[in-house]
Design a protein around this ligand. Structure first.
Ligand SMILES: [Zn+2]
Length: 445
């Protein structure tokens, strides 16, 4: 039998118990998730049985915790894609050049739920293999939060059509970004094994490991989470040791599935200024409430529109730097900027946005973190049931919903490349008919 708060020193014992049909009651786990100790002596990766994930059609509140997403959400790791993207960004801050995207690789097709990253050398090997034979991938990199979701399903007996065996976070070789699950594993065998991949064999036939380079990223993935957590929770810091333990696990369970308010930060001097999350809302009287979320080193902010300072606040005024402003002229496509200063009044960060100062339907673009932006509608007509957003014609996937068509009126996306973009927002009625199109030009910084 398992106690209410299980604590295993050796996760294999649990795996064997479950595999043998052991009596894990569905509600036997505390709300902050299962607890287990690290297994420093166990280096054997767990080869998991992972099936096709569901398309995410349900919508999720941005504030939903990873635990709630894992225990009530659809059977797709896309439910934590927003947070996972921040982890990738943070890994890039700690160790630049580690990750490479694989979603624009000729000859490579990805299932809808595949998180499109591998370590650089593995991505390179895949590109060369796919040049000789098309490769269809069902799973590549999983960050520690995606592994947490899989493991939670497995432990609780959820999503059994997707997962029948899952490794604990920090234990899967997919977390290293050096493994792929290949749908056409037979046809692609020669191409992959000629370019650095090793087939695992009939026990897990879809699985190939990249063995010609790369580093063990599993602790880096955990450390990236710890850094993100500490940036957002200076009152309850975690040791940034890269070790998966009960404190880190409890923090992952509580973390927002769509990503933290303050995203990845390389720190001044490495990646330049810190990213500041911008936020505003228009009140019934037409005045705008202005807010910003920033790294703790930011002591005060200035709010600027089209280059003019319209307000500001210090941290003493409130953690989200509250101010408000009333425009005298209505105008679309205004450039919004928050500039952050440290205690010595040195400029240390900024965030940007696009603001439609209009009484009717407006488009907004708000920076939410480093390379992370949300594009959406303000004051949309009641008949708008969903939107799609394209950047220079490329259809974006909403990191919150995991779908391209968003019923929450906004699409959140991480951009690999910065610079000017033409955004096209298409609105849809409840029956799926196109209602209209809005276009805005904006420079991602
Ligand atoms: Zn695999």
């Amino acid at each position: 039998m398992i106690d209410r708060e299980p604590s295993w020193t050796y996760t294999w014992a649990w795996l064997v118990l479950v595999a043998a049909g052991g009596c894990v009651a569905d509600d036997s786990l505390p709300p902050d998730g299962p607890a287990w100790d690290d297994q420093p002596g166990v280096d054997e990766p767990v080869h998991e049985e992972i099936g096709e994930e569901e398309e995410v059609t349900a919508l999720f509140a941005p504030s939903q915790s990873v635990w709630v997403a894992a225990t009530t959400g659809p059977c797709s790791t896309a439910v934590v894609a927003g947070l996972a993207e921040q982890l990738i960004d943070e890994v890039e801050c700690v160790r630049p050049g580690t990750m490479a995207r694989i979603d624009a690789t000729p000859g490579v097709s990805l299932s809808a739920s595949t998180f499109p990253y591998l370590q650089g050398p593995a991505a390179d090997g895949l590109r060369r293999a796919a040049a000789t034979r098309a490769v269809t991938i069902n799973s590549g990199l999983r960050t520690v939060v995606q592994q947490y979701v899989l493991y939670t399903w497995y432990v609780r007996g959820r999503c059994t059509s997707v997962v029948t065996l899952a490794a604990a976070p920090g234990r899967s070789n997919h977390e290293a970004g050096l493994a792929v699950d290949v749908a056409n594993y037979d046809a692609a065998y020669t191409a992959l094994t000629s370019h650095g991949f090793r087939w695992l064999g009939n026990g897990d036939p879809v699985h190939y490991d990249y063995v010609a380079g790369g580093v063990d990223l599993r602790s880096l993935s955990v450390q990236a989470f710890q850094r993100l957590w500490n940036r957002n929770h200076p009152e309850a810091p975690l040791a940034e040791d890269g070790a998966w333990g009960p404190s880190t696990e409890a923090a992952v369970a509580q973390a927002p599935s769509a990503g933290f308010a303050a995203g990845a930060s390389c720190g001044a001097g490495v990646g330049g200024e810190v990213a500041i999350e911008v936020y505003w809302s228009r009140g019934a009287d037409g005045r705008y409430a202005l807010r910003a979320l920033a790294d703790p080193r930011v002591a005060r902010v200035e709010y600027r529109v089209d280059g003019y300072v319209i307000g500001g606040a210090s941290r003493a005024d409130g953690d989200n730097f509250p101010d408000d402003y009333g425009f005298t002229v209505e105008a679309a496509e205004r450039h919004f900027e928050v500039v952050g200063f440290d205690a010595d009044d040195q400029r240390v960060g900024h965030g940007v946005g696009l603001l439609d100062v209009t009484a009717g339907t407006g488009v907004y673009i708000k920076q939410m973190g480093r390379r992370l932006y949300e594009i959406g509608l303000e004051r949309a007509p009641a008949g708008v049931a969903a939107i799609e957003v394209r950047a220079d014609g490329y259809l974006l996937t909403d990191a919150v919903a995991g779908t391209t068509r968003s019923a929450r009126g906004a699409v959140r996306s991480t951009f690999n490349q910065l610079g000017s973009r033409q955004f096209t927002i298409t609105t849809f009625a409840a029956d799926g008919a196109v209602r209209g199109t809005l276009r805005r030009t904006f420079t991602l910084e």
